[in-house]
Design a protein around this ligand. Structure first.
Ligand SMILES: Cc1ncc(C[n+]2csc(CCOP(=O)(O)OP(=O)(O)O)c2C)c(N)n1
Ligand SMILES: [Mg+2]
Length: 336
């Protein structure tokens, strides 16, 4: 059994290590249930699951305060929960219910909570990059030390806006952290078919540090993030982190229906990545280091199970919004 890197262990106390594991498990169990509910036809729309990538959201967001900003992607449930978003309000939103975090008007791809610094999931690939560049500029002008972190995919890294963000971010020394979740695919296209070179190297011409890390190792995520946040808060500008990971589920839960038996990746590849599951890795490491034993792990699972059940019951029992409200909340000034 492999032991955890000593350097990272020294930085994080035991209570925090357990909290990281618990948050990753919460994301995993909520999303597994979402997958089941999608198949059962309970959800009003498709969901893009983050299963297999949880170490990135948790390793980054555990080091952020509510006053720091994040922007997410279409695969946004993990970021929302990692940054402290309420699971009940998120699940209710995905169910399109009045009690949802956006009153049921946004759905899976728009879960947001400004009070927690979560500027939202986003259906426009790459859009979070410009949002967070703006948030970083605002944070710099406010002078309170806040940082803006953008999560985006390897597909989004092909959008020109990344170059614009690196340019102004470097020029104005913005407190910006760009976290590319390179899971090897954009929808059904392999990364090597559409992405030239190494994404982290995109930062070099701008004089911005670019690092490649194992995104399934929460300690690598933690260390790279700590360094990037330090730079941002010291006024040294952005960092680009390319976290290599793998999406264990399909691009979207509905894909089996339209792929009609077709495949775009091999079962062997999926099995290979299962051996590198970020949650198993952390749980095994914590058990090997005697930070946690199997009884304690079972108690965490039980607690999360009850929390997940509560969130889904809350969503199912909540009312749908009134149809007359369909065009409300579209423009500022229309808030209730
Ligand atoms: C501007 C834009 N172009 C295309 C799409 C369609 N689309 C949705 S998700 C996706 C793939 C994104 O891949 P990546 O950024 O790697 O994120 P991942 O799904 O792998 O997390 C595409 C092309 C979109 N939503 N927005
Ligand atoms: Mg991708």
């Amino acid at each position: 059994m492999s032991r955890m890197p000593v350097e990272a262990r020294a930085q994080i106390d035991d209570a925090r290590l357990i909290a990281l594991l618990e948050r990753m498990l919460l994301i995993r169990r909520v999303e597994e249930r979402l997958g089941e509910e999608f198949k059962a036809g309970s959800l009003p729309g498709g969901v893009h699951l983050y299963i297999g990538e949880e170490a990135i959201a948790v390793g980054v967001c555990a080091q952020l305060a509510d006053t720091d900003w994040i922007a997410s992607t279409h695969r946004g449930h993990g970021h929302f929960l990692a940054k402290g978003g309420d699971p009940k309000a998120m699940v209710a939103e995905i169910y399109g219910r009045k009690t949802g975090i956006c009153r049921g008007m946004g759905g899976s791809m728009h879960v947001a909570d400004v009070s927690k610094g979560i500027l939202g999931a986003n259906g426009i690939v790459g859009a979070g990059i410009s949002l967070m560049t703006g948030a970083a500029l605002a944070a710099q002008l406010d002078g309170q030390g806040a940082v803006a972190v953008c999560f985006f995919g390897d597909g989004a890294a092909g959008q020109g806006v990344l170059m614009e963000a690196l340019n102004v971010g470097a020029l104005w020394k913005l407190p910006l952290v760009l976290v590319c979740e390179n899971n090897g695919y954009s929808e059904y296209t392999r990364g090597d078919a559409v992405t030239a070179g190494v994404i982290a190297d995109r930062a070099k011409p701008y004089g911005v540090p670019g690092v490649v890390i194992d995104g399934n190792d929460i300690f690598e995520v933690w260390q790279a993030t700590a360094a990037a946040l330090g730079r941002a808060r010291r006024g040294q500008g952005p960092t680009l982190i390319e976290a290599r990971t793998y999406r264990m589920r399909g691009h979207i839960e509905a894909e089996a229906a339209f792929l009609q038996g077709g495949t775009y990746r091999s079962q062997e590849e999926i099995e290979h990545w299962k051996q590198h599951d970020p949650i198993d890795r952390l749980a095994r490491g914590l058990q090997a280091d005697r930070v946690i034993d199997s009884d304690a792990l079972a108690r965490i699972e039980q607690r999360i199970g009850a929390q997940v059940q509560g969130a889904f019951e809350f969503a199912e029992q909540s009312e749908l919004p009134d149809i007359a409200q369909v065009s409300e909340y579209m423009f500022s000034g229309q808030r209730p």
